[in-house]
Write a protein of this length. Structure first.
Length: 202
C-alpha cells in the first residue's frame, strides 16, 4: 500500500490548522484541510485527495485512521505538552453506535495512548439511527425518531473537553453535542476537525 501522505494528501503544508471561532460561546474550532463535496466539480487534485482521505477515515480504513492519529496527536502535544492529561478528547457522535465504534474507537484510544489525553469517546453511547439529509444546500443533519446519545455524567462532570470529528460543515452537530456535554457538567473548550466543508458557488 502506498504511503498515506502520497496516496491521499499531496502537500504537507495543507496540514496547518485553520482556527475559527464557533457560534457556540467560548468554543474555537480548528481544521487541517478544506473539503469540497463531491457534488461540486473541481479539477484540483488536492481537493480530491482530501475527499478520498475523509471517505477512507469514515469507512474506518486503517491507513487513514493512522494518518489522522498522527495529525491530531502531534497537534495536541504541541498545544498542551505534558498537560494533555488534564484534558478530555471526545469524538462527536456518528449516525449509529456501530459507525461510531468503527470510525473512532481505535483512533481515540491511540491518541490517548500517545498524548496522555483522557479518552471521552469510550464514555459515549448511541442508540437508534440518525438519518442525514445530504441533498439540500445547507447539508443539514436531520435527527430521526429513536436516535439518542448518552454521555456519562460521572466521567464528564468538571472535565475540560476537546471535541473531534472528521468533518465540519455548519457546525450544528458539534454545537448540539457541546450543549449535551455542558448539561452534564463538562467544559467544552473547542473542537478539532480533519477538514472543513467549502461550498463552491456556481
Amino acid at each position: 500500500m502506498r504511503d498515506i501522505k502520497s496516496s491521499f494528501l499531496t502537500s504537507e503544508n495543507n496540514s496547518k490548522l485553520n482556527i475559527q471561532n464557533s457560534k457556540f460561546p467560548d468554543m474555537r474550532t480548528a481544521n487541517f484541510y478544506k473539503y469540497v463535496p463531491k457534488r461540486f466539480a473541481t479539477a484540483d487534485k488536492g481537493a480530491e485527495s482530501v475527499r478520498n482521505f475523509i471517505y477512507a477515515f469514515k469507512d474506518g480504513r486503517r491507513d487513514a485512521t493512522d494518518y489522522a492519529i498522527n495529525l491530531v496527536s502531534e497537534r495536541l502535544t504541541k498545544w498542551y505538552g505534558v498537560s494533555c492529561a488534564d484534558y478530555v478528547l471526545c469524538c462527536i457522535p456518528a449516525a449509529t453506535n456501530a459507525k461510531y465504534i468503527r470510525r473512532f474507537k481505535r483512533f481515540a484510544a491511540e491518541v490517548s495512548k500517545r498524548t496522555g489525553i483522557q479518552n471521552g469517546t469510550e464514555h459515549v453511547n448511541i442508540f437508534g439511527k440518525r438519518e442525514a439529509k445530504h441533498n439540500n444546500p445547507e447539508h443539514i443533519v436531520s435527527e430521526s425518531l429513536g436516535y439518542a446519545v448518552s454521555t456519562d455524567p460521572d466521567f464528564f462532570n468538571g472535565k475540560n473537553v476537546i471535541l473531534f470529528d472528521d468533518l465540519i460543515t455548519t457546525g450544528t452537530t458539534a454545537e448540539k453535542f457541546a450543549e449535551e456535554l455542558e448539561a452534564v457538567g463538562a467544559n467544552v473548550l473547542g473542537a478539532i476537525f480533519l477538514a472543513r466543508t467549502i461550498l463552491i458557488n456556481k
